[in-house]
Design a binder for this molecule. Structure first.
Ligand code: T1G
Length: 695
């Protein structure tokens, strides 16, 4: 086999090992080599059993996603699976690492499956806007029952080996070498003359469902709470339902049809785009791949407020001891109590044990002076968003910390270069912009200063991976990438209020588009006073928001903002007082209010953001359109199945967006709506952002 699959004999047992780094994806040449190897082993009279395993760091992690946009090439994975299922000799899959998607499906064609402890097995296709396309929806329910199968397929989350054993997905957990363990298990099967039952012939776990169809509906309802707007979950449900009462081979056809339809659809293309964009974002143009990151054994966080506490939790959650520095004992205690409360809440939800809470809290060292943090390898400053405060802190850090300590600021819009030049070590300074709540939101904007050294950047990327964040490197610009585009959307949202929309119209349009929350409900949640303070510092004005703040309406924290909130409830309720305030403001400003339909509202909010994204690319503040998409998916809840603002722009078509921007510029008189040169050029060439060469 051409280096992709190895076939060897251990006495009368054949061992077939996939060898296709980095994750043993089932590319066309792997499938071809597998078909050849299984045919040989099947036809070899001296071979009494077959073991399927792999080389490298994981068993097969799925079909090769890079092949999905190309014409399918035979043998398909289903062909290989059918071949394996036709073999009368015992076939044992011996897995390890992350057997996922097609990698798990191919094992379902084997008679037995054994897994190394620590293996995580799953069918994550739903996360790519797909469903299992090689029999997973039909074989998995037969092995583990519909409840477990539906949960795995509709969540896409893998399960650990011990759960797989309990559910009947695997037959044994082993320690040590997968091939040797597979051979030993095969020999045991031969010696015990175990019956060779194929998953496809198992009906025992489906019988009860046939007798009581209501159960299936209940299972589905539990597993589709967060699938608003998504095509794949609905398709998965239909083919899972077919597993109950449609003949196996006919149900396989239904699965295949649904898979092919989804693979060609916009939603899966968007989700596959994000899968690769997230990984591309971690590859920094000009940063040599072998740049050695500095070792990070200890961290420190300045500030134990909402952001500082959340950031400190990120380090502790990754097992990195963290010193958290506050200015006084009360603030420090409040911060540490909040952290402990978060962990206790997680324990109450079963996310961790009570003992874990104690262990986790032992990683925090709370102090009220910087000196106690001096042995930290990295410090993240999360103090008040005011340059004077940053100056004082960074002067102190520069004095106290070791010469190679990395100093990061969590500022969300201040000039990182200015902060770096406060110190004598600008090469070791950069921005690490977390998103609130910092211990939950996965996005981390890493702000590369003009002087940031390559190894410091590489260290920040390594830290991001260690604390399970999705890093995107951005340049220095007001609001970097995410907040810079968010500001454009906020300005436009205010305009729409003055022109004729109400908060619930704007929020309704964006939630229908797929955001979890609209801009006004989000402002009420975050607190209107935060951006009010920023606008005042910049001499900017937002007519409606400023009046609300002047009236002390800061949002949920004051029980009213753009909306009203019943005490104890976070549900936004339209407030007639706000509606009158908006109408009066339109009148005072001489704006004649007119109705705005949802399509217009969405285009007025999203297209200017896309235009700003084009400027960000022109200025080099983001390296790739995909970086901007990753930021908006992981930092702001842009609907994953639309692929982010720049991918969405390509789906809509840049010439249409360019024309609409020109209309907006006329309507609002805002020159910023004139199409950015990059957008204009791409549109006139009939191209999309996706055509920009990988940076
Ligand atoms: N196909 C192609 N390339 C893949 C790949 C895949 N399935 N999985 C990973 N890569 C690349 C990835 O782009 C990166 O490339 C490198 O491998 C290392 O990945 C028929 C249709 C396995 C948990 O969805 O979840 O099977 O950047 O950085 O952090 O029903 O990769 O180095 O050039 O993520 O150690 C189902 C997707 C496919 C699994 C490892 N399978 N992969 O994580 O490494 S659809 C999946 C992952 C399917 C069947 C259906 C993770 C991982 P580069 P990495 P990692």
């Amino acid at each position: 086999m051409p280096g992709k699959v190895a076939l060897r004999h251990d006495g009368d047992v054949a061992v077939i090992a996939v060898d296709n780094p980095p994750v043993n994806a089932l590319s066309h040449d792997v499938r071809t080599a597998l078909a050849d190897a299984f045919t040989r082993a099947r036809d070899d009279a001296n071979i009494r059993a077959i073991v399927l395993t792999a080389q490298g760091r994981t068993f097969v992690a799925g079909a090769d996603i890079t092949e999905f946009d190309k014409p399918p090439m035979s043998p398909s994975l289903s062909d290989v699976i059918a071949l394996i299922e036709s073999i009368q000799k015992p076939v044992v899959a011996s897995v390890f690492g992350t057997p996922l998607g097609g990698g798990l499906e191919i094992t379902l064609a084997c008679h037995f499956r054994i897994a190394a402890s620590g293996t995580r097995l799953g069918l994550p296709e739903i996360k790519l806007g797909l469903i299992p396309g090689a029999g997973g929806t039909q074989r998995l329910p037969r092995l583990v029952g519909m409840q477990k199968a539906a949960a795995m397929i509709l969540s896409g989350d893998p399960i650990p080996a011990k759960d797989a054993l309990a559910a009947g997905l695997i037959d044994e957990i082993f320690e040590g070498d997968p091939a040797a363990s597979g051979i030993a298990f095969a020999r045991k099967v031969l010696a015990e003359k175990r019956p060779l039952t194929r998953a496809r012939d198992r009906e025992d776990k489906l019988v009860a469902l046939r007798a009581d169809p209501k159960t299936f509906e209940e299972i589905v309802a539990v597993n589709t709470k967060r699938s608003r707007g998504l095509d794949a979950p609905a398709a998965a449900i239909e083919v899972l339902r077919a597993a109950i009462d449609v003949p196996f081979d006919d149900a396989l056809k239904l699965e295949r049809e649904a898979f092919v339809r989804l693979r060609a659809g916009d939603q899966s293309k968007a989700q596959r785009h994000i899968f690769f964009a997230e990984r591309e974002a971690a590859k920094i143009p000009g940063l040599p791949k072998d740049t050695k990151p500095r070792e990070i054994k200890r961290a420190a966080v300045i500030g134990a407020g909402t952001m500082g506490g959340g950031i400190a939790m990120c380090f502790a959650n990754a097992g990195i001891p963290v010193t958290i520095v506050e200015t006084n004992a009360d603030a420090l205690k409040r911060g540490l109590d909040t952290i402990e409360k978060n962990y206790r809440a997680s324990a109450a939800r079963g996310g961790m044990s009570e003992a874990d809470v104690g262990k986790r809290m032992s990683l925090f060292n709370g102090v009220t002076g910087m000196d106690a943090a001096k042995d930290a390898d990295i410090v993240v400053e999360a103090a008040f968003e005011e340059m004077g405060v940053k100056r004082e802190i960074f002067e102190g850090l520069d004095r106290v910390m070791g010469p190679r300590t990395i100093l990061a600021t969590n500022t969300s819009y201040l000039d990182v270069n200015e902060i770096a030049r406060i110190t004598r070590r600008p090469a070791s300074v950069l921005g690490m912009h977390f998103f609130s709540p910092a211990n939950v939101m996965r996005l981390l904007e890493i702000v590369r200063g003009a002087d940031t050294a390559p190894d410091v950047l590489a260290t920040a990327l390594a830290v991001a991976r260690a604390i399970k964040k999705v890093p995107v490197v951005v340049g220095v610009s007001h609001g970097f990438v995410g907040n810079r585009m968010l500001r454009i959307r906020s300005i436009e949202a205010e305009r729409l209020l003055l022109e004729g929309a109400l908060p619930q119209d704007v929020d309704g349009a964006l939630t229908e588009f797929g955001f979890p929350m609209g801009p006004f409900a989000m402002s009420d949640l975050a607190g209107l006073d935060i951006s009010w303070r920023m606008r005042k510092a910049q001499g900017a004005r937002a007519e409606i928001a400023d009046q609300l703040c002047e009236a002390g309406r800061f949002g949920q924290k004051t029980g009213k903002g753009f909306y009203l909130y019943e005490s104890g409830s976070r549900a936004p309720r339209p407030d007639p007082e706000v509606e009158s305030l908006i109408a009066a403001t339109s009148k005072r400003l001489g704006v004649t209010r007119h109705p705005l339909d949802r399509k217009t509202i969405v285009e007025r909010l999203i297209f200017p953001m896309i235009n700003e994204g084009a400027r960000i690319l022109e200025e080099g503040i983001a390296a790739r359109p995909g970086d901007i998409d990753v930021i908006w998916i992981y930092g702001y809840g842009f609907p994953l199945w639309r692929g982010g603002p720049m991918f969405h722009a390509d789906t809509v078509g840049l010439s249409y967006i360019r024309d609409r921007l020109r209309e907006f510029a006329k309507q609002t008189g805002d020159k910023r709506h004139e199409p950015a040169p990059l957008l204009d050029t791409l549109a006139s060439e009939g191209r999309g952002f996706g055509s920009l060469a990988k940076a």
